[in-house]
Write a protein that binds this ligand. Structure first.
Ligand SMILES: Nc1ncnc2c1ncn2[C@@H]1O[C@H](COP(=O)(O)OP(=O)(O)OP(=O)(O)O)[C@@H](O)[C@H]1O
Ligand SMILES: [Mg+2]
Length: 277
């Protein structure tokens, strides 16, 4: 990408991040990736969450990737479902033994995903980032040549404060933030149709305007979104006609056009990537 040599066949790379954990970042990353693939694009997803790699489960993938010896190194073939090619930190570790990751180790693993995986040609490569804005996250975002990023937050202050830190982290490393996605924005009771704003209202939108970034949209709480994660059938696949899927598709379109604008304005950052460092 951008003449870096690594990810040479990848046109756009996007980090899906959040300050706070548990806001639905992985769920959103999976649905964004799948809905991008449904539009006919070639899509990859890297699960970079060292604390809890959950994408294989959410994407319904339960094998491990094949490794083969090429002329000069070992190459991995990404696994694929719903048109999305996946590599996950989860493939490198065994479920029962927790790993204590340090920054260099985590970025080493992600660099391997960028150099030793047969991605082929991709229009979009999404990264599900680990929650938080500490040293490890900073090391990771510096290791990836990113076209842009999106921040996922829930509407309440504890999450918004952390999302703001996330935005600052990306600014520090010159990665443009394409916008904010508010997850768990509201709940529509299926029996009465009443709307409940469980985590408050409008926080994501206010934060976007305060931070001068785009509000990409709000995704409601819906049991089918949770089930989609647990059963490996994202809602955009299991219920493509649902209101939620239409919202996610709309957010995807806004995100893709925002990335397109970034490229045209030529403001993609010139990041120094040191693959040996
Ligand atoms: N809009 C939603 N409606 C219903 N359930 C949701 C929604 N978004 C996420 N969930 C559920 O909330 C839980 C947490 O979501 P998820 O694992 O995507 O969060 P995360 O931010 O990636 O968490 P972590 O920080 O641990 O990586 C999951 O069980 C998921 O299915
Ligand atoms: Mg996650």
């Amino acid at each position: 990408m951008q003449g870096q040599g690594i990810l040479a066949g990848v046109k756009n790379t996007v980090a899906v991040a959040s300050g706070k954990g548990g806001v639905g970042k992985s769920t959103v990353a999976v649905n964004l990736a799948v809905s991008t693939a449904l539009k006919g694009y070639k899509v990859g997803l890297i699960d970079a969450d060292i604390y809890g790699p959950s994408i294989p489960l959410m994407l319904g993938i339960n094998e491990k990737p094949q490794i083969y010896q090429s002329t000069d190194s070992n190459k991995m073939v990404p696994l694929e479902n719903y048109g999305v090619k996946l590599m996950s930190i989860g493939f490198l570790i065994d479920d029962d033994n927790p790993v204590i990751w340090r920054g260099p180790m985590a970025s080493g693993a992600i660099k391997q995903f960028m150099t030793d995986v047969e991605w082929g040609e991709l229009d979009y490569l999404f990264f599900d980032m680990p929650p938080g804005t500490g040293d490890i996250q900073l090391t990771l975002v510096q290791s990836i040549p990113l076209t842009g990023s999106v921040l996922v937050t829930t509407p309440q202050p504890v999450s918004l404060i952390d999302a703001q830190k996330g935005l600052k982290m990306f600014h520090r490393v010159n990665v443009p933030v394409c916008g904010i996605i508010e997850n768990m924005s509201y709940f529509i009771a299926p029996d009465t149709g009443n709307r409940y704003e469980i985590f408050g209202h409008g926080g994501g939108e206010q934060l976007a305007s305060k931070l001068d970034t785009e509000f990409l949209g709000g995704i409601p709480i819906d049991p089918r979104i949770r089930e989609g994660g647990d059963t490996g059938r994202p809602i955009v696949i299991s219920h493509p006609e649902s209101e939620e899927s239409k919202i996610i598709t709309g957010i995807t379109e806004t995100l893709l056009s925002s990335l397109e604008k970034l490229k045209n304005s030529n403001s993609s950052p010139d990041i120094e990537i040191d693959l040996n460092g």
